[in-house]
Design a binder for this molecule. Structure first.
Ligand code: ADP
Ligand code: MG
Length: 718
């Protein structure tokens, strides 16, 4: 039968029109770009750059300024300028080890000059006589010191050339080239904004925004591009939160009524008066618990501000209503610490408590308060009728645990480290997240949930990330507490620091020594700590009882050690960062942090919070390498700790030092979203996104795809 007459058969696929977006091109691995082999691929992955899209969304942290292009004859000493010319000759010198100087004679019509590069010996081959170059740099006595250069065409030396966050392995220059190659794929990305919204908000096309971000002709153009991309991020976040909220509205929790006799006795048992902030936190919690809508409250307070006391109150409210209270911590050490704190009080109150971690499975039968790690929410654990769940340091939970958690408790969906509710893509009714169905232990109704965090985040940020989660802050620590005195000394004065530490020990106080941070593994970290404890036992702490706490100890050993330290059978606890949270020994009044420059600001603040927990004046001594060897950033971090003891201040500072999009306390790599938002400057933008999101909850199309991508995709583990 003859075939092929027009109209007889439609082809299986129509030919692609030129210019049709090809999303798969943007989604492809960076290795599909020319010049990216397996080695570079790995180095890029360390920067979180895995796909072409990642490169497109790699935000420059600044732009080069505009500089004049001058004839060589008119260069001024000290002025930053660009020159364009031809290489006449090139040579390399190595005056000492670790130093290579490349010099090239460059001529334009007006004159000739020697251009100088440091430590880029490989450039010699590329700068052969006759090569056309454009150089940006500064005329010094020794010649023209090159900051950036172009060998073919203008890119790096252009006015407003982007400067990318880079690593030692991948230079900003290299990244510029890669982004250049990725840019054509900007047209392949879907534009998530509905057209009407784009028009109403007067926002550019997404592809144009990306071009403007990477190739601005002015700073304003770059900023306009950034703002469009920030708007997308905020909108996606707000739509995701609105969906989660819609899913939660249906959930019902047991209304727990008025505070009763048990919590009254609890108050009576406490050896101190609650602070005003604690009282108001309790009032807010009581109001939440009286309702049938599940409580979703974030309790923020600095380390040692007295959150645990409030948390236990909430748990006891569940108990007196005949239900179970669960306290969940991200690590075994922290869970055990909580257990040690909570158990004696509960025993006095006649409340049965159980500890449940990966390695401790005590009898749950009849427990009224259960303390544990994520083991609590594992399959087959029957918690009975859960009334109140307290989730401590939720942002430290790993992805999987957070998923389990969000599908069992009506979580706010997003937490400080941007946990993604897993249920968005699971086809839950209306795409709603939050897992309102409850888990095995929840028996149909949802518990009231109190989230606790000691890494406070600025309130606007918290509201953005947690949607309509209510936020309570314990801003002031108990009045009896004196602010910790922090000093920063360099290593050559460490013997002085230890002398001070011994003075405290001689007065009957206890101390912590925190070992240097080692990136490699828990095992090498623990080994190094063992070696350091041995060294200290022979040297600085010869006459004292020294215990060693690290992550490789078995839980029983760790518990025994903590109990010994609490009972003052040990003078000093040498520890890795496992003491960062939860350890509570008021008699410990001094801490030495070795090689403090290796730690992050938030982490140091957390560590420091282990002292200053009693009425005595406490001290934190930060020891670092000599100042000259520290990066500016490290110096600022240490100075910030000396200057401020306020966690909220430090949170802002940390945000500033780490770049706007990075959230405090988020340790997992791969938390790459929200990279375009400037928290302070973009508040109005946030409001606009929030307003727009309300009408877009059920919107289908590219925006919905984007919401699912952001909320459902597991973060890549480090
Ligand atoms: P956080 O959990 O916020 O780090 P905790 O609840 O563990 O703080 O309290 C830190 C220390 O302060 C504990 O030793 C606790 O007993 C004590 N504490 C808590 N509230 C008060 C208060 N109102 N007055 C005096 N001490 C308090
Ligand atoms: Mg605590």
């Amino acid at each position: 039968m003859p075939r092929g007459f027009a109209g007889a058969d439609a082809p299986a696929a129509w030919p692609r029109l030129p210019g049709t977006p090809r999303p798969e091109r943007a989604a492809a691995s960076v290795s599909t770009l020319s010049g990216v082999g397996p080695a570079l691929d790995k180095k890029l992955a360390k920067l979180g750059l895995r796909s072409v899209r990642d490169l497109l969304e790699h935000r420059p942290h600044r732009y080069e300024s505009a500089v004049p292009e001058r004839p060589i004859a008119e260069l001024l000493i000290g002025e930053e300028a660009a020159i364009a010319g031809e290489v006449r000759s090139v040579s390399v010198r190595r005056p000492r080890r670790n130093l290579a100087i490349v010099s090239a004679r460059v001529a334009d019509g007006s004159d000739e000059i020697v251009a100088v590069w440091f430590n880029q010996a490989w450039l010699v081959d590329k700068l052969q006589p006759g090569t056309r170059v454009r150089l940006r740099g500064q005329l010094k006595r020794s010649g023209f010191q090159v900051r950036s250069y172009d060998l073919n065409g203008v890119a790096a030396t252009a006015d407003f050339a982007p400067v990318y966050p880079a690593s030692e392995e991948v230079t900003p220059q290299r990244l510029r080239g890669l982004v250049e190659r990725a840019l054509p794929a900007a047209r392949d990305l879907q534009d998530p904004l509905p057209a009407e919204l784009k028009a109403a908000e007067r926002l550019p096309l997404r592809a144009d925004a990306l071009w403007a971000l990477h190739r601005p002709r002015s700073l304003e153009e770059g900023e306009a591009g950034r703002r469009r991309l920030a708007f997308d991020e905020l909108l996606v976040l707000q739509v995701g939160l609105a969906r989660a909220r819609a899913g939660r509205e249906a959930a019902v929790a047991p209304a727990l009524g008025e505070p009763g006799e048990l919590v009254a006795r609890y108050r009576g048992l406490l050896p101190f008066e609650l602070t005003a902030d604690q009282e108001s936190a309790i009032r807010e919690i009581d109001t939440d618990l009286a309702r049938e809508a599940p409580m979703q409250r974030l309790l923020q307070g600095d380390v040692g501000s007295g959150k645990t006391v409030v948390a236990l109150y909430a748990l006891l409210r569940a108990v007196e209503a005949g239900r179970v209270g669960a306290l969940m911590a991200p690590t075994e050490t922290l869970a055990e610490q909580h257990f040690l704190t909570v158990e004696p009080l509960c025993t006095q109150l006649g409340v049965r408590v159980a500890l449940l971690t990966g390695s401790v499975k005590s009898e749950l039968g009849g427990a009224q308060i259960v303390v544990g790690t994520h083991a609590l929410i594992q399959e087959g654990v029957d918690l009975g009728e859960l009334g109140v769940a307290v989730v401590d340091e939720q942002h430290r939970f790993g992805v999987e645990q957070r998923r389990a958690l969000t599908s069992r408790t009506p979580s706010p969906g997003v937490n400080a480290s941007r946990a993604k509710p897993a249920t968005l893509s699971d086809g839950t009714a209306g795409g709603a997240s939050g897992g309102v169905s409850g888990g095995a232990g929840l028996q149909g109704s949802a518990p009231h949930v109190l989230h606790m965090t000691a890494t406070p985040i600025p309130r606007t940020l918290a509201l953005t990330l947690y949607g309509d989660l209510s936020v309570t802050e314990i801003a002031k620590p108990p009045a009896s507490r004196k602010p910790i005195v922090t000093s920063w000394v360099t290593a050559e004065r460490s013997s002085e620091a230890y002398r001070r530490l011994r003075r405290h020990l001689d007065e009957g106080r206890q101390a912590y020594v925190v070992c240097p941070l080692i990136e490699e593994s828990e095992t090498s970290q623990s080994r190094a700590a063992e070696a350091e404890a041995e060294r200290l036992r022979r040297a600085e702490l010869r006459d004292y009882r020294v215990g060693l706490l690290h992550g490789r100890l078995r839980p029983a050993e760790r518990r025994a050690l903590m109990a010994q330290f609490k009972a003052r059978e040990l003078d000093v606890l040498v520890a890795t960062t496992v003491i960062e949270v939860g350890v509570d020994v008021p008699n410990a009044t001094i801490m030495i942090v070795q090689e403090a420059d290796r730690f992050g600001l938030a982490q140091l603040h957390q560590l420091r919070g282990r002292v200053g927990r009693g009425a005595e004046q406490s001290y934190c001594l930060l020891i670092s390498r000599p100042r000259e060897e520290l990066t500016d950033n490290a110096q600022e971090r240490l100075q910030a700790l000396v200057d401020s003891a306020d966690g909220f201040d430090l949170a802002e500072k940390d945000l500033e030092l780490r770049g706007e999009g990075q959230l405090l306390g988020t340790r997992q790599a791969g938390i790459s979203d929200l990279r375009f938002v400037h928290w302070r400057a973009d508040r109005p933008l946030l409001e606009r996104a929030r307003a727009a999101a309300g009408g877009l909850v059920d919107y289908e199309g590219p925006l919905a795809d984007e919401v699912e991508r952001v909320f459902a995709e597991p973060e890549l583990a480090a």
